[in-house]
Design a protein around this ligand. Structure first.
Ligand code: S3P
Length: 435
């Protein structure tokens, strides 16, 4: 896709539903008694992988646009492999949930997912008594029926996927589970379980739950995804514009990017604060702002883990030096996001150095349009699109299909709200031009 530079972005942006919350709502509903209703479910490729996967274990899923109903059922062993596509959240959470349900299953995924580490879930699940084995710590994952028990577990890496896999496994276990996190990762599972009637306590990084509790169907409304909103927040910052987004989740375990930008000088306003279930939600308005460099360390990363590539992009336009540390987990996402961010921003002329756990970036440097690779990774494709909008000259991104994973309407929405600088003749490929 050809991307032309833009002058500004404006208006009220429609933000898709939260991916993490959609996955969890579908999984919990799949083992709850009765029929749950999930409003504003994210119908992206990743969440569709979760829907087909829970259906493979016996849940009855009905789709009516973004309103999904799921009737739970005791899990049955699927006859075919459970294909989790590109979705790390699907395979990691569902392997935990299924382990507790005493079923057999084989979990597979696409090329990217097949390269990602799975020991982080299989090791603690084994401590709980699960019979689960990967191939050299990766997919396919073979799960055999076993009885699980609760454990005391201190998380070696901050990961909401691992924490959630253990909590979901514990739903079918005996005893009690205690999880300790040194840095708190996203807590949607802990907030959602009580909606299904499960009792647990979660304070200051310590979670305690009685295992084997039964779930009852409920109604959930999914907020907008702050990680998707982040692309438009970044677009507004780069193009020195103002945008508004409605009904976005502002769970503090997810809003690290907003805090990081605030530290760099960005002004924003949160209005109409309210709750969808136990999730805080608000409208977000980003004000025209200027950026200055700042330092970010390990403790800042989990609450903006998926936004670090965007933060690096913003840093190229900030005055002074930005250091991002403690982000080594980025190397094991849908692609190696440290390398992808570094190599592509460097190609565009950024003053960027790679560290094993992040970047050192000096700015501001006007980026140059060029040919770019999105590594088939949705978040890298969208980050590079924004980099291209703020650059001088046309950019071409090799393959933009990946946006289906979390934000199927990304280009449509962007096109509605950007104003291009000048009409640059473009041939053939679709281009983001709006006069
Ligand atoms: C997610 C947790 C994060 C995040 C991913 C979604 C979740 O992964 O990067 O996009 O829904 O639990 P980790 O648990 O690996 O940090």
């Amino acid at each position: 896709m050809k991307i032309n530079p833009a002058e500004k972005i404006s208006g009220t942006i429609k933000i898709p539903a939260d991916k993490s919350i959609s996955h969890r709502a579908a999984m919990l509903a799949s083992v709850a008694s009765g029929t749950s209703v999930i409003e504003n479910f994210l119908l992206s490729a990743d969440c569709k992988s979760t829907l087909s996967s829970v259906a493979a274990f016996g849940a009855k899923v009905k789709k009516n646009d973004a309103r999904i109903t799921i009737t739970g059922s005791p899990f049955a062993s699927p006859k075919k492999n459970v294909d989790c596509g590109n979705s790390g959240t699907t395979v990691r959470l569902l392997s935990g949930l299924a382990a507790g349900q005493g079923v057999h299953a084989i979990f597979t995924g696409d090329n990217s997912l097949s390269k990602r580490p799975m020991k982080r879930v299989t090791e603690p699940l084994k401590l709980m008594g699960a019979k689960i084995q990967g191939k050299n710590g990766r997919l396919p994952l073979h799960l055999r029926a076993a009885k699980l028990r609760g454990i005391n577990y201190t998380m070696p890496v901050p990961s909401a996927q691992v924490k959630s896999a253990l909590l979901l496994g514990a739903l079918g276990a005996k005893g009690e589970i205690k999880i300790i996190e040194k840095i708190i990762s996203r807590d949607h599972t802990e907030r959602m379980l009580p909606l299904f009637g499960v009792k647990l306590t979660s304070h200051g990084g310590k979670i305690k739950m009685e295992c084997g509790q039964k779930l009852k169907a409920c109604k959930i409304k999914v907020p907008g995804d702050i990680s998707s909103a982040a692309f438009f927040i970044c677009a507004a910052v780069l193009l020195k514009s103002s945008v508004k987004m409605k009904d976005v989740g502002i769970n503090p375990t997810r809003t690290g990017f907003l805090r990081a930008l605030e530290k760099m000088g960005v002004k924003y306003n949160l209005s109409k604060k309210r709750f969808f279930g136990r999730e805080p939600v608000s409208d977000i308005t980003i004000m025209k702002s200027s950026l200055r460099g700042a330092v970010f360390t390990k403790k800042d990363i989990p609450s903006m883990i998926d936004e670090v590539p965007l933060l690096a992009l913003c840093a190229t336009q900030a005055t002074g030096k930005t250091v991002i540390m403690g982000a080594e987990e980025l190397a094991v996402k849908e692609c190696d996001r440290l390398e992808a961010t570094y190599s592509q921003l460097l190609k565009m002329g950024a003053d960027i150095k790679k560290r094993p756990d992040g970047f050192i970036i000096r700015g501001p440097v006007k980026l140059k349009g060029t040919s770019l690779s999105g590594f088939g990774d949705h978040r890298i494709i969208m980050m590079l699109t924004l980099a291209a909008l703020g650059a001088a000259g046309v950019s071409v991104i090799d393959n933009t299909k990946g946006v289906e994973i979390s934000f199927p309407d990304f280009f449509k929405e962007l096109e509605k709200h950007i104003v291009v600088k000048a009409k640059i003749p473009s041939r053939g490929a679709p281009s983001l031009i709006k006069k």
